[in-house]
Design a protein around this ligand. Structure first.
Ligand code: SF4
Length: 397
């Protein structure tokens, strides 16, 4: 039975409440669901029901294709002028002894470590410190591109950009144009947290507001460039805050079309100021992916960070609207491991990632940052693959 037949079966189920049936009908007819319907999905949608809706959309858009890329991270520092309550990563400046601060040379040496390796992207994101200003980042991007022009620079979030542009007394449009000119090619989705002002004030006060986050993406998109968007969920927010967050993203996407991927980020409670908050269950994580797939009808991709939610949950998520599980990482990020993720040294070889996707019943596609296909692994045999052997047995009469 295919995804559409599953959805038809659901629509014929007389036990399904009318409001959920109405939403399922909208999904089948490719109609946008409303804010209240989004909240209804969170309040009433069971995992199986949501999976059928999300998988229908996922397969209509991408079939079995599941994307990943070969990338590495640079995290310039884990010291930060801000003090987000959920952050397990940052050490305040007064705790400098527990932190690191890379110089320009340190970061270029990390890039050089990958010379000759088939990586396509460097992802740069970390804490916010005064010495990393507009001039510093512009020079860093320029030097990376000079050293390796083919390496895609995906770097910094509106949290950093807002801070450095304000310090430099330049507006967002001027700042983003400067960054583009220096070599920035796309923006990751971080720093969005949750847009609702009351919740944001409690968990991430002082850093850029929701409007500022959205404005910086808007200016970047106006330059013809692409970015991603995240949402930190599973802490003190309510379901309506999640839909409110997605609604803001959906509206900006209608306006600019510049977002590629939505990435829900699960709140992890290790070593931060919200350790008393219980983490969401795997069922809730999957429900959240599925509802995002249904609500964000103008986003091409939904991504699960395998390093954050574990390999098995990432594999499961491929049936709940997810079509991208990020990259090889090569143990270059500490953001998830320091927050208590199962993966303490996150790194997967291409073969492991491909097999994770294949064993989940999907087709693995290596992409570049902009979703151009680098390698289609549908019929790819890794050199040392042990194939199933069939031996001709002697015929015994
Ligand atoms: S989440 Fe980002 S901005 Fe907030 S404290 Fe951590 S590193 Fe700083």
């Amino acid at each position: 039975m295919d995804a559409e037949q599953h959805l038809q079966l659901l629509l014929n189920d007389t036990r399904l409440p009318d409001d959920l049936k109405h939403i399922a009908g909208k999904v089948l007819n490719n109609e946008r669901i409303t804010f209240n319907e989004g909240v209804t999905l969170f309040e009433k949608g069971e995992l199986g029901y949501l999976g059928i809706l999300a998988n229908y959309i996922r397969e209509k858009r991408h079939g079995d294709k599941t994307y990943f890329n070969r990338n590495f991270h640079i995290e310039p520092t884990n010291l930060c002028v801000y003090d987000c309550k959920f952050c397990s990563y940052s050490r305040l400046i007064k705790e400098r002894s527990e932190g690191w601060e890379y110089t320009m040379e340190d970061m270029l040496n990390i890039v050089k470590k990958y010379d000759g390796e088939p990586v396509t992207e460097v992802h740069i994101v970390g804490g916010v410190l005064p010495q990393y200003d507009v001039a510093f980042y512009a020079e860093l991007f320029r030097k990376i591109k000079e050293h390796r022009p083919g390496l895609h620079v995906k770097a910094l979030t509106p949290v950093e950009y807002h801070y450095i542009f304000k310090k430099a007394k330049i507006d967002y449009a001027t700042g983003m144009a400067l960054m583009k000119e220096a070599g920035l090619e796309s923006m990751p989705g971080g720093g969005a947290e949750i847009f609702d002002p009351e919740i944001r004030e409690q968990i991430a006060k002082d850093k850029c507001t929701a409007d500022q986050w959205l404005d910086i993406h808007r200016e970047w998109h106006k330059l013809g460039m692409r970015s991603n968007a995240t949402m930190l969920y599973g802490h003190i927010e309510e379901f309506r805050h999640r839909i409110d967050h997605m609604e803001s993203l959906r509206q900006l996407q209608d306006e600019t079309g510049g977002f590629q991927t939505f990435i829900p980020l699960k709140f992890r409670n290790k070593d931060n100021q919200m350790s008393n908050v219980i983490e969401s269950t795997v069922v809730e994580d999957l429900r959240n992916y599925a509802i995002a797939r249904v609500y964000l009808d103008n986003f091409d991709h939904i991504k699960a960070y395998w390093a954050m939610i574990s390999r098995t949950t990432a594999q499961l998520s491929l049936n709940f609207g997810v079509d991208d599980i990020d990259g090889t990482l090569d143990d270059t990020t500490k953001i998830y491991s320091m927050a208590g993720a199962e993966e303490q040294t996150p790194g997967m070889s291409t073969k492991e990632l491909v097999n994770l996707i294949k064993n989940g019943g999907r087709v693995a596609i290596e992409r570049d940052t902009l979703y151009n296909v680098v390698t289609d692994f549908t019929n790819y045999d890794f050199p040392d693959e042990v194939k199933p052997q069939f031996y001709r047995l002697p015929v015994v009469n």
